[in-house]
Ligand binder design. Structure first.
Ligand code: ADP
Length: 235
């Protein structure tokens, strides 16, 4: 439809601007980081007295670096793709768990796995991992006081097409209906100072690339459930 066309043109324009800005930001950030190391060496023992400040500068510079990298991934995802192969999403879910383990082990979150799918999907492994990490990290962030994180994968048909449904479900803070309509918009975030608002827009772009579908259901104060569906390889 026309509306969808306008939205995707807008996204492409945002992407181009973002890529330009990301490159421009990367250079001064590298200079800051490099000089910070030099200053630390020059200060020697004195550095201990301003440790907190130096650490803050270091951390914040690193967080700029991470944001810029996310922007670049968002705008040039093709550079990150190494080609697709047939993968079982359930296997990749299991392989992705260690990458978020450090967030789980410091929390009161109980992990539940219901990995029953057997179908394979033709997908780039790194990109599927990126999708899963984005959803899992959001789910973990939504449960600062703990809760249940459920990961499920089951074979499921959609409109007569064989496929795999992946579910990432949390019992966290949830969202209002109004927020829910905006979560896939680039730069929409409620995590002031900590979020980029790019995770889910990248995620939905990646899912669309493989002809998949992504949906979210949420209830404020109760939790959120993301459904990601991919067609089975060859279907
Ligand atoms: P970010 O995490 O950097 O804010 P995302 O695009 O990943 O960016 O998410 C956008 C917003 O969607 C979040 O700021 C949050 O408000 C909401 N959101 C995403 N996942 C969840 C979740 N599991 N529970 C509650 N809110 C969520």
């Amino acid at each position: 439809t026309t509306k969808q066309l306008v939205v995707s043109e807008k996204l492409a324009a945002i992407g181009e601007i973002a890529a330009g800005i990301a490159h421009e930001i990367n250079n001064p950030v590298q200079v800051i980081q490099g000089n910070l190391d030099v200053v630390r060496v020059q200060l020697g023992a004195e550095a201990d007295q301003i440790k907190t400040e130096l650490r803050l500068i270091d951390e914040q510079t690193h967080s700029i670096f991470l944001i810029v990298n996310k922007l670049l991934q968002f705008t040039r995802p093709d550079e990150y793709a190494e080609g697709s192969a047939q993968h079982r999403p359930a296997d990749i879910l299991l392989d992705t768990l260690p990458l978020v383990q450090h967030l789980l082990s410091n929390s009161e979150i109980v992990l539940h796995q219901e990995l029953n799918s057997l179908n394979t999907v033709a997908i780039n492994r790194t990109e599927l991992q990126q999708i899963l990490i984005n959803l899992m990290v959001n789910a973990i962030h939504a449960m600062p006081e703990g809760g249940d994180l459920t990961l499920a994968a089951e074979d499921q048909q959609r409109e007569g097409r064989e496929g795999v449904l992946i579910i990432v479900k949390d019992t966290g803070i949830g969202m209002t209906a109004e927020h829910l309509t905006r979560i896939f918009d680039p730069f929409f975030t409620t995590k002031q100072g900590e979020g980029t608002g790019l995770g889910l827009s990248i995620t939905s772009k990646l899912v669309a690339r493989y002809d998949g579908a992504i949906e979210a259901q949420s209830r404020l104060g109760q939790g959120t459930e993301f459904h990601v569906w991919f067609p089975a390889a060859g279907c």
